[in-house]
Design a protein around this ligand. Structure first.
Ligand SMILES: NC(=O)c1ccc[n+]([C@@H]2O[C@H](COP(=O)([O-])OP(=O)(O)OC[C@H]3O[C@@H](n4cnc5c(N)ncnc54)[C@H](O)[C@@H]3O)[C@@H](O)[C@H]2O)c1
Length: 356
């Protein structure tokens, strides 16, 4: 089996986490890096041992040696770049969201089908080993029938300065044309739905209460927020509580994030913690049932590991060894849910979703 030759498009903060999976793989290698910031493209191609760099995506896509691309740019570029890459005969792994409109997501799916190439929606939160373990415990009936899913997400302040908006970084997230919504929409909002689809299943009704926090003149963060939803064809209700804690320092070089996910069932409950802070001490999975408390997952909870697993899934899919965990159709469903959440927050009323 020859190594998969990969081109990275968008070499910003998150790209380093994507690159790790290639650096650790004998089955793939990064051979090219593209970023409109030429200095960054040069620096990253040296860091990752890539043979060449590009400033222009269209030029990169002409490179016949590239088998696959990873798209890690601002959101509005995802769909057009994915369509161009699929049309150029490349496999595509793309960061969330697959597109910023449902119509564009449909075009990405059509291009993937016409090309016969792999389209993976890259979602590392679903590759977090403690979450996979929790899903197995739920499927095995350890907590009985799930009746409630509670997700508490906190954004703090990273010692690395990533997501330090007051310093004027990541401004594209506040630009509706580039981000496709409010800054936390395709981060925390989207991840909450990815996790709830994975653990429980599809959603039929969403209700959101949202305040904004002024970061500085002209910059407002869409937090705190509280969302509630009902899962389809089940009596399970879900909720997201998103808090912004600018004075809470997180010792992480990545995005300063913590998720506490609790699934309550008729027999017990399970709690999962995913944090980008390696020094957080709580056990990643706790099962409470029948007066017992069992902890799991301490060896597999490093934040980076889920990115490495997501990349490995893509490499294996391109080599025909496994299916992508999150394909275009599921990514389109996640986009629909996330846009419904946005709509509910804007209008201050519940939004119902059609199934199918
Ligand atoms: N999976 C996760 O946990 C996670 C975490 C954070 C961000 N993300 C996603 O990753 C993506 C990128 O986010 P980020 O935080 O790395 O942003 P970033 O701003 O740090 O990086 C984006 C990069 O894209 C480059 N770029 C912009 N236009 C380009 C173009 N036309 N061609 C080539 N490069 C271009 C920019 O110069 C920048 O270097 C987004 O989709 C975001 O939602 C995912």
């Amino acid at each position: 089996m020859s190594r998969l030759n990969v081109g990275i498009i968008g070499a910003g903060h998150t790209a380093g986490l994507h690159a790790k999976g290639y650096e650790e793989s004998p089955d793939a290698q990064i051979i090219a890096v593209c970023d409109i910031d030429e200095d960054l493209a040069i620096r990253r191609s040296l860091d990752w041992g890539a043979r060449r760099y590009y400033k222009d995506v269209a030029e990169m896509l002409k490179d016949p040696e590239i088998d696959a691309v990873e798209i890690i740019t601002p959101h509005a570029l995802h769909a057009p770049i994915a369509i161009a890459a699929l049309n150029a005969g490349k496999h595509v792994s793309m960061e969330r969201p697959i597109a910023t409109t449902i119509a564009d997501a449909g075009e990405v799916l059509k291009a993937a089908e016409a090309s016969g190439k792999i389209l993976q929606a890259y979602e590392p939160s679903l590759f977090y080993k403690p979450l996979l373990d929790a899903r197995s415990l739920i499927d095995a009936g350890e907590i009985g029938t799930p009746t409630g899913l509670r997700i508490a997400a906190t954004i703090g302040q990273s010692i690395s300065g990533v997501w330090n908006w007051a310093e004027g970084q990541d401004l594209w997230r506040f630009d509706l044309d580039q981000a496709g919504g409010s800054p936390m929409l395709f981060d925390i909002g989207y991840q909450a739905f990815a996790i709830s689809l994975f653990l429980i299943g599809s959603v039929e009704k969403i209700d959101v209460l949202q305040r904004t926090t002024k970061l500085k003149e002209g910059l407002e963060l869409d937090a705190p927020s509280t969302a509630m939803w009902k899962h389809f064809q089940s009596d399970c209700l879900g909720s997201l509580s998103l808090s912004y804690a600018p004075d809470r320092k997180m010792r992480t070089v990545h995005h300063p994030l913590e998720f506490r996910i609790t699934v309550g069932g008729t027999r017990g409950e399970i709690e999962i913690i995913r944090s980008s802070e390696p020094t957080q001490l709580d056990p990643p999975v706790v099962l409470r049932r029948d007066g017992r408390r069992v902890v799991y997952g301490q060896k597999t909870s490093a934040f980076e590991d889920s990115f490495v697993r997501a990349t490995q899934n893509f490499i294996n899919a391109c080599h025909g060894k496994e299916e992508p965990l999150l394909r275009g159709a599921e990514a389109r469903q996640l986009l629909i849910l996330t846009l419904a959440y946005y709509e509910s927050a804007k209008r201050g009323r519940s939004v119902s979703l059609q199934q199918g």
